[in-house]
Design a protein around this ligand. Structure first.
Ligand SMILES: NC(=O)C1=CN([C@@H]2O[C@H](COP(=O)(O)OP(=O)(O)OC[C@H]3O[C@@H](n4cnc5c(N)ncnc54)[C@H](OP(=O)(O)O)[C@@H]3O)[C@@H](O)[C@H]2O)[C@@H](O)CC1
Ligand SMILES: Nc1ncnc2c1ncn2[C@@H]1O[C@H](COP(=O)(O)OP(=O)(O)O)[C@@H](O)[C@H]1O
Ligand SMILES: [K+]
Length: 527
């Protein structure tokens, strides 16, 4: 089984490690196995004959590094060791003694160090708990200032394993080889500048130990292509028809921000949703019709400034006629009374952009208390702060958990590492994205895509069921598996960022405007 989706804190990793050792695996044997795998990975990056500097700490992260030093020495690399500590853990001390007896040059002062082509960072792993100061801090800053690439073992030394916070100073790695299971800190936004390209080294931790420590339904998970694809509504049932593929209502746009409505609608189009209705101010109806001939465009009465002033739905239709509703992009805040009207709907509701700004004005928690079905809020950091001013966004994982619990909504906090939490604190983190998405309008595309996916999967699940399950957010048991609303939110997030990555590969990071992004959504699935 792929262990890519699990995420651990330092204390959980230590518990798992203890179980393995108690079961009989010798500590030295595990270190030997792990370091062997690291050495193999390194040999794919570094050519024999090149010079490798090994930075060894006092704990088992240093032990790993010293075994790597020995292996590379025998494989024909020129190796030296920097080991400035006077007291080492026993196993680490043994490996250090053997390396010295092999005549691998060892140094305690940075001023003595020869040049090298690569540095291997084994100073600290998940055992680092306090600030790095003095000699070691100076050394880390010295290594960062050099121009040789650094490869970190387990986590860049200096990062807090859980929060990704820099404890004094930290190694800026080109590669990070995370050992066994992904550490939570590597998924925090503040750690990104230090990690480089991250890879997991699977060293066969028994699944039973993982589940014993993390629980049968782990609280924090990484979104992977496998987890995301398993939630997509593919293949379509052979005998389906358009009303069985979901009916999404978008409420978006204004005379001032007509483009936001188009981008949201193009995101929804790519989701494959069966029926798409779009409520916009009447003035921009012809524009929407010309871009989306397949959608039902509902022209609504508008304010003097060109914002929707009242939702005028077609005859025999009310908000509960739709499988899902997504609202917000391009609305403006000119007519706040629209949001209390929409909040009353009994179907899942996505609120984004100006809908969130209005929600913050009229009271986030008191307004959401009126909801009888699932609500999904998709703020970026600024909107998050307006909605939940008392929650610190520094530890984004904790922040989404707290916000979701307080608001009884699913919170999707956008950013370079988008984090999603349901009210019970189950979190998904999107580990792969691209700064090419940091452009106006790309969030609108996500809102449409998410709305369309929700409508489709909820319909497929038979509808109705979820209405009684607001707290559990469980959609249904389809194809022998439970799909919860937050799983659908995670899938939309993954799809959106993969489209950004694919578009950036084809067109560079500068070539991913929001319209272009919509054109890469379907190619992600073809790939
Ligand atoms: N789990 C697994 O399955 C496996 C784990 N493995 C490896 O073990 C690593 C964890 O090893 P670990 O527990 O020995 O801790 P690690 O991070 O090496 O160092 C902590 C040491 O540093 C010291 N120290 C702390 N802060 C300091 C500071 N600010 N400034 C100065 N010193 C400071 C502290 O000593 P102290 O001073 O507190 O006595 C302590 O001794 C893990 O990341 C992975 O690489 C693999 O080998 C096998 C599979
Ligand atoms: N540095 C980044 N790396 C990866 N993804 C990013 C980055 N910056 C922004 N994004 C993504 O781009 C989108 C921007 O959304 P948002 O801020 O709502 O923009 P807009 O409101 O203009 O549409 C989000 O999905 C976010 O996760
Ligand atoms: K390290």
């Amino acid at each position: 089984m792929n262990k890519d989706q699990f995420v651990v804190t330092a204390s959980q990793m230590r518990d798992i490690e203890t179980r393995i050792f108690t079961a009989g695996m010798p500590v030295a044997a595990l270190m030997e196995k792990v370091a062997g795998l690291i050495s193999q990975r390194l040999q794919a990056i570094i050519s024999p004959g090149e010079c490798v500097g090994i930075l060894a700490g006092s704990g088992h992260n240093g032990g790993d590094a010293l075994v790597v030093a020995r292996e590379l020495h025998f494989r024909g690399y020129q190796v030296w060791i920097y080991q400035p500590f006077s007291k080492l853990k026993e196993l680490t001390a043994q490996h250090f003694q053997y390396a010295r007896n092999l005549a691998i040059p060892c140094y305690q002062e940075i001023t003595e160090l020869p040049n090298c082509d690569f540095l291997i960072d084994g100073l600290f792993g998940f055992g680092l708990e306090r600030e790095i100061t003095d000699t070691i801090a100076t050394a880390i800053n010295y290594f960062n200032a050099g121009n040789q690439p650094i490869i970190s073992i387990d986590i860049p030394s200096g990062l807090h394993t859980d929060t990704g916070e820099v404890l004094g100073t930290a190694i800026q790695a080109q590669y990070t080889f995370c050992l066994g299971l992904w550490k939570q800190g590597l998924l925090q936004e503040q750690a990104i500048p230090y990690i480089g390209q991250a890879q997991l080294i699977d060293f066969d931790i028994p699944l039973a130990d993982i589940y014993t420590v993390l629980g049968d339904s782990p609280q924090i998970k990484r979104i992977t292509s496998t987890t995301a694809l398993s939630t997509l509504p593919l293949p379509l049932p052979l005998t389906t028809h358009k009303y069985k593929q979901g009916h999404l209502l978008l409420i978006c746009g204004s005379r001032r921000y007509a483009g936001g409505a188009i981008l949201t609608a193009l995101g929804a189009r790519a989701s494959g949703v069966g029926m798409l209705s779009i409520a916009v101010p009447a003035t921009i109806k012809p524009l929407l019709v010309s871009h989306l001939p397949e959608a039902l465009i509902i022209g609504c009465p508008e304010t003097e400034t060109g914002a929707i002033s009242h939702l005028q739905l077609p005859e025999n239709t009310d908000l509960n006629s739709f499988t899902a509703i997504a609202c917000g992009p391009g609305l403006t805040q000119d007519h706040p009374a629209l949001i209390p009207e929409i909040i009353q709907c009994e179907c899942p509701l996505v609120l984004d952009a100006d809908a969130l700004n209005i929600l913050a004005q009229i009271g986030t928690i008191s307004t959401l208390q009126q909801r009888t079905a699932a609500t999904i809020l998709t703020p970026h950091t600024g909107e998050f702060h307006r909605l939940f001013p008392h929650i610190s966004p520094l530890n984004r994982i904790k922040a989404v958990q707290t916000a979701a619990q307080e608001s009884v909504a699913i919170i999707l906090l956008k950013g370079a590492r988008t984090a999603i939490s349901n009210p019970q604190g189950h979190v998904w983190i999107n580990p792969e994205s691209t700064p090419a998405l940091a452009r106006g309008g790309s969030g609108d595309v996500l809102t449409g895509l998410l709305g369309g996916l929700l409508a489709q999967i909820l319909t497929k699940a038979g509808g109705g069921f979820w209405k009684d399950q607001v707290l559990d957010q469980i959609v249904s048991v389809t194809m022998n598996k439970v799909i919860s609303i937050e799983d659908i939110v995670a899938t939309a997030t993954w799809w959106h960022s993969q489209a950004g990555i694919l578009a950036a590969q084809a067109r560079t990071e500068l070539g991913v405007d929001a319209f272009t992004l919509t054109q890469y959504l379907i190619p992600v699935l073809k790939r």
